[in-house]
Design a protein around this ligand. Structure first.
Ligand code: AMP
Ligand code: ZN
Length: 113
């Protein structure tokens, strides 16, 4: 847990979120600024700053983040979606608590800008 981390505050219930899935290890909630008809984030409750600091002990947890993202997308009726992690400011990371974006419900170009 990190005192000033926005997503740790969501985990602790200090900031509200539109939750789609929660258990003792992970949380999925809608992105506050959706970039697609379906856009939510999946985070581990454990504070990890980003993809670049995932340790060997976190490998199973991050696999779960991916599985939960897929299951929530399916529950929302979306079969085609993108799962994205940003690492570092130049790659678009603004919140330094690892999160996986799940975007779907519209066609998307590859590669992204
Ligand atoms: P990134 O730019 O990859 O670090 O993604 C951070 C994401 O968090 C952005 O898509 C924001 O719209 C989203 N975000 C920021 N604050 C909140 C919040 N309070 N609730 C839900 N999503 C948020
Ligand atoms: Zn955090």
């Amino acid at each position: 847990m990190s005192d000033n981390c926005l997503f740790c505050k969501i985990v602790r219930g200090e900031i509200p979120a539109d939750k789609l899935y929660e258990d003792d290890e992970v949380l999925a909630f809608r992105d506050i600024s959706p970039q697609a008809p379906l856009h939510f984030l999946v985070i581990p409750k454990k504070h990890i700053s980003g993809p670049g600091t995932v340790g060997q002990e976190d490998e199973k947890l991050l696999g779960k983040v991916m599985r939960v993202g897929s299951e929530v997308a399916a529950k929302e009726g979306i079969k085609h979606y993108r799962q994205v992690f940003n690492n570092g400011e130049e790659a678009g990371q603004t919140v330094f608590h690892i999160h996986m974006h799940v975007l779907g419900g519209r066609s998307m170009n590859w590669p992204p800008g």
